[in-house]
Design a protein around this ligand. Structure first.
Ligand code: A3P
Length: 280
């Protein structure tokens, strides 16, 4: 857990009792969680978050605030979690949207995140090499990327769990949003029933719009640190990964996920990584 998450909140969060209508957004950190949360929020609540509001108040992070705070929301309750499937409070009557991101971009985004919250991590001057060693060992917040992904990928065979990728949300935002709305059900499909309504949600949750008033998404970061909504692209991993680090992460990917079908989530990124790994 990140420093600053009260132990009692984590403990009570694990005991949260989900019920009919509850909607979870589950992810490993830095996978596009905030983006998907905001989309879900817009589909359900049908109004933008104002500059004086925060997403975390409207869509609480279970293990940060605990079960009570999560319970007190209006129905349908919206819950964020970074827990793996085995620890996530589960009910067949709730819905679980899972967003996964390729591990290369996830690691780079997590590195910038970790540097940018010096109060939480004491890593302001940390190097990518040091962070990468922690990432590949799974010695970071919420543990091992691969354990997390494997657990939710298996859970996605249930009809109330839907796994999507950051990359699909980027490359086909319209279709992915429509399928998210259909999965959520209730009033959500009506929120994007017309092209104009869908356009409005896409615009409100777009990268440029979410770059505005970033205090809506996270606590303050120092001026020198990249903002919380940072580059928001696929492929930024190339800016920091060496060919050797690429080889090491590919080897772990193949060892942990080979034959699982998970490779098919990211054919382009993996092909690019395999080509880069051969350089030098
Ligand atoms: P980068 O650091 O690669 O830019 P999370 O919410 O799970 O912490 O994920 C954060 C990542 O999602 C960051 O990635 C951030 O820039 C990206 N992101 C946030 N809002 C986005 C949006 N509207 N479109 C695309 N990417 C977005």
């Amino acid at each position: 857990m990140p420093l600053g998450f009260p132990a009692e909140a984590v403990e009570s969060g694990l005991g949260f009792e989900p019920g009919a209508g509850d909607i979870f957004v589950a992810s490993y950190p830095k996978s596009g969680t905030t983006w998907l949360q905001y989309i879900v929020y817009l589909l359900i609540r049908r109004r933008p978050i104002g500059p004086d509001e925060t997403l975390t108040e409207c869509f609480p992070h279970l293990e940060e605030v605990g079960a009570d705070a999560a319970s007190k929301q209006p129905s349908p309750r919206l819950v964020k979690t970074h827990l793996g499937f085995a620890l996530t409070p589960f009910s067949p009557a709730a819905r679980y949207l899972v967003i996964a991101r390729n591990p290369f971009d996830c690691a780079v985004s997590f590195y910038h995140h970790t540097r940018g919250f010096p109060r939480h991590y004491d890593f302001a001057d940390g190097s990518f090499a040091d962070f990468f060693d922690c990432f590949i060992e799974g010695e970071i917040d919420f543990g091992d990327y691969f354990d997390h992904l494997v657990s939710w990928h298996a859970a996605a065979s249930r009809n109330n769990v839907r796994l999507l990728t950051y990359e699909a949300l980027k490359s086909d935002t319209r279709a992915t949003m429509r399928s998210v709305a259909a999965f959520i059900g209730g009033d959500a499909p009506a929120s994007v029933a017309t092209e104009a309504a869908l356009d409005a949600v896409i615009r409100e949750a777009s990268l440029p719009a979410m770059r505005e008033a970033q205090q809506r998404w996270s606590s303050l970061r120092p001026d020198w640190a990249p903002a919380f909504v940072r580059k928001g692209v696929v492929g930024d991993w190339r800016s920091l990964f060496s060919p050797g680090q690429t080889r090491a992460l590919l080897a772990k990917f193949d060892r942990r996920l080979g034959g699982s079908g998970i490779e098919a989530l990211w054919p382009d990124v993996l092909a690019d990584a395999r080509a880069y790994a051969e350089e030098a």
